[in-house]
Design a protein around this ligand. Structure first.
Ligand code: SF4
Length: 102
């Protein structure tokens, strides 16, 4: 029979551990120019301050994944992008497909 002590010290930590491990198991890989040819072609960088402004002259300060219409946040640091299915992008990232979120 499960008493209150057993529940507090065994069941709750076990459920928490499964939850954390489950999230890690299903986490998408981080997008980079090295693991995705489209990201490379579109100049994706995980930090928008590192955009090659000579090559991508359309870039303007303030443009980043978090302000892009293609972005859906997972948390404050990262999210998903409709352009790169199966990958996670940084909220502060940028690529040449950036379009202002409505
Ligand atoms: S399309 Fe938008 S959200 Fe996707 S990587 Fe480029 S800037 Fe980020």
């Amino acid at each position: 029979m499960t008493n209150r002590r057993t529940f507090l010290f065994k069941v709750i930590p076990a459920v928490a551990a499964v939850s954390v491990l489950g999230n890690q198991a299903f986490a998408e890989p981080k997008l980079s120019a090295d693991n995705n040819p489209a990201a490379k072609a579109l100049g994706y960088v995980p930090d928008a301050s590192k955009v090659d402004k000579q090559k991508y002259s359309k870039y303007e300060n303030g443009q980043k994944c978090a302000t892009c219409t293609n972005f859906t946040a997972i948390n404050e640091q990262s999210g998903t992008c409709t352009m790169y299915k199966g990958f996670e992008v940084e909220s502060n990232g940028w690529c040449n497909a950036w379009a202002k979120k409505a």
